[in-house]
Design a protein around this ligand. Sequence first.
Ligand code: UGA
Length: 432
Amino acid sequence: MKSIRIAMIGSGYVGLTTGACFAEIGHQVVCVDNDEAKAAMLQEGKIPIYEPGLESIVHRNAAKGRLSFSTSIKEGVEKAQVVFITVPTPPQPDGSVDMSFIEKVAREIACSMTEYKIVVDKSTVPVKTGEKVAETIRRYAKARVEFDVVSNPEFLREGSAVEDLLHPDRIVIGVQSPRPVQMMKDIYAPIEAPIIVTDINSAELIKHAANSFLALKISYINAVSVICEASGANVEEVARGIGMDRRIGRHFLNAGIGFGGSCFPKDLSAFIKIAEQLGYDFAMLREVRKINQSQLERFVRKIEETLWVLREKRIGVLGLAFKPNTDDVRMSPAIELCRRLQARGATLRAHDPKAMEKAKRELKNVEFVEDMNAVAEGCDALVVATDWPEFKKLDLARARAAMTHPIMFDGRNLFDPKEMERMGWIYKSVGR
Ligand code: UGA
């Protein structure tokens, strides 16, 4: 296999994990970040995020000299045959995407290019960004330097990013000419997955359309969960029954307190905005967003209906990350839930296996508890907000004995309702 020299511009979630995995499959990678403290930390082998399997890959490849870190885009571009843009595309208040990081990086890449480069956009961007990036590079590059722009969206999930990168369902390569295709295929040659070569606009749309569809699936099952509760049906049985239809599939049909994170909420709003700018009212996706928002509120009301007044009530919260196996609390439904309970006067104790440090920056006046089995002490109710698998091993007898009343609100349907009732819990979950 060919070892290709690659620069990742932006060493955040996507840049760092993708760069490390590219090194792992044999390429020579430099991860660039303008945050000097972060680059220094990475150079010392410290990883700023919790992602299963990432640390050992970074250490192994740094030791082998295949993975290095820098703060200089110029150095990255000079060393690389292929330059990946992996900088953030944060949301603006109106839902549209802030493209200033992409634009700035495109300019800096242009200024540093002295020979043919392939510039690959991996960040999640609105359709037609590739055209803009190419235009910007052409404008700022020294005359006659040739380049190709490629769109290569990322489909990794936090918490299983390494696995998703090394075993993807598909690899999407959007190009405007055939010239960069072979090099892109060479990069991914060690990975077994179907490759879709398409135009840049379609590649960019695939990403927003995929994330919005997954968000739609979650809102759909959450809406069905409301019907299940009203009719006495069980949403898990319904999800099982519809999920066995291969055209539907069981994945992303878990009802709960809704989706969060740095991708779905942002990408959904961005896609609605992109559609609007292109003259289409994507009302269906507006509804997906609305259902997601009301799902959390409905859960808070469920807690209130049972506990009546939340003022002076002590509630134990299990889970703060936006999903399991990550320390990421950005747009976490669990954090939002804590805020809403506090706003109604409740006192909170909380535990998360990995996200407590980050949650401390988001939440005030919460008692953070290191041992998940100690969270319930003196509480009027226990709430499950993130579906960490370890919560299933909670010492329920100990929790029950430590509480004023054994009441659990399970926002992720982790426990078996019948079993909980048998153990004497007042147990409320979602759609069951
Ligand atoms: C998501 C996509 O799954 C990735 O394919 C994509 O690459 C990524 O966004 C991105 O754009 O970078 P991620 O946000 O890391 O990945 O996490 P997911 O596993 O998709 O979960 C998102 C949210 O949906 C979480 O809050 C999770 O709890 C919730 N969820 C997921 C449900 O409520 N129900 C489900 O059935 C599945």
